[in-house]
Ligand binder design. Structure first.
Ligand SMILES: [Zn+2]
Length: 311
């Protein structure tokens, strides 16, 4: 049994044969022309759960948008208004470090996303999927076990419904009347972030580690990473001590702290697959998870065998 002092050991659940996604060697950018959306509820979600994946997909050609559902008003120093403003500034830094083209704030209240109209949230996401022609989404697993934060569950469920409905021709006809087209999201990378949550894919993020570290460090207002390096350095200085690894500018101390203490989970996820650092995902490929569809080939072969000529 782990003791309270043990580092948290990821106990996510592998499903089937786990696929390993590595950096593409194709210099021609295999994902050129495709559009990615990373949908988070809070400023620290993308840095922890998918920053490496996003950096990789952008490097391979994706144009990417960062969509945030809440305003982070409960997580940061000062008043609610000051917390919102600081988080907004830091999300811009995160977006720049990873390479997102644009940040879109939906602005719902932090920790109270369940007071928002689910229909409105879904409609706004359908609008963005159609308008930006989003091909791939990474976000919370909508059915993830052990989730304590309602913002996470509701964001995941709203995205799941929106990505499905955006491709249909009769939902939100006013959008279509204004010139937009139905647009289907082709594939999904759902995050594994609580014990027992499933994954079927690990993404090698070793080449994108500096970007992931920078994104984790961007978030000073909340979370365990952000400004921890400079705080530890100040604490040690008050005790008359110094850690050489934390020498240098404050930002460098923050990033070095993350390299020293904030990446173990990604190492543990990668180790069984021979990777230095990896992020786990439940990947849903084009075609989705529905397995009950009827095969056109089966139908044609049945016709060939059984159809009779009309007189
Ligand atoms: Zn969160």
């Amino acid at each position: 049994m782990p003791t309270p002092t043990d580092p948290r050991v990821p106990s996510y659940t592998p499903i089937g044969e786990v696929t390993i996604e590595k950096r593409s060697n194709n210099k021609d950018k295999p994902h050129q022309g495709k559009v990615l959306a990373a949908v988070q509820a809070h400023a620290d979600d993308i840095p922890f759960f998918c920053a490496g994946l996003c950096a990789k997909l952008i490097d391979e050609g994706y144009t990417a948008y960062l969509i945030q559902t809440t305003n982070d008003e409960k997580c940061g120093p000062g008043t609610m208004g000051e917390a919102i403003a600081q988080n907004e500034r830091e999300i811009e830094v995160l977006a720049r470090e990873i390479g997102f083209k644009q940040v879109i704030h939906l602005g719902y209240r932090n920790h109270f996303l369940d007071e928002a109209s689910p229909i409105e949230l879904r409609a706004r996401l359908v609008f963005l999927i159609r308008a930006l022609k989003i091909d791939t989404i990474t976000t919370f697993n909508p059915w993830g076990h052990w989730e304590e934060n309602p913002d996470h569950t509701i964001t995941g469920q709203a995205v799941e419904a929106a990505r499905w409905m955006a491709g249909m021709g009769r939902d939100y006809p006013e959008q279509l009347a204004c010139g937009m087209q139905p647009h289907s999201v082709k594939d999904l990378y759902y995050w594994a972030m609580r014990p027992e949550q499933p994954y079927n894919t690990v993404v090698d993020i070793s080449d994108y580690l500096d970007k992931k570290v920078a994104s984790m460090s961007a978030n000073k207002a909340q979370g365990p990473a952000g400004a921890a390096g400079r705080r530890l350095k100040a604490r040690l200085a008050a005790e008359g001590k110094r850690l050489p690894a934390l020498d240098g500018e404050e930002e460098e101390a923050d990033r070095q702290y993350i390299r020293l203490f904030g990446l173990q989970e990604y190492q543990r996820i990668g180790a069984p697959h021979g990777l230095q650092h990896a992020e786990p995902f439940y990947y849903i490929p084009p075609g989705g998870t529905f397995t009950g569809s009827m095969s056109g080939a089966d139908i044609e072969s049945y016709i060939a065998e059984h159809a009779e000529q009309l007189p």
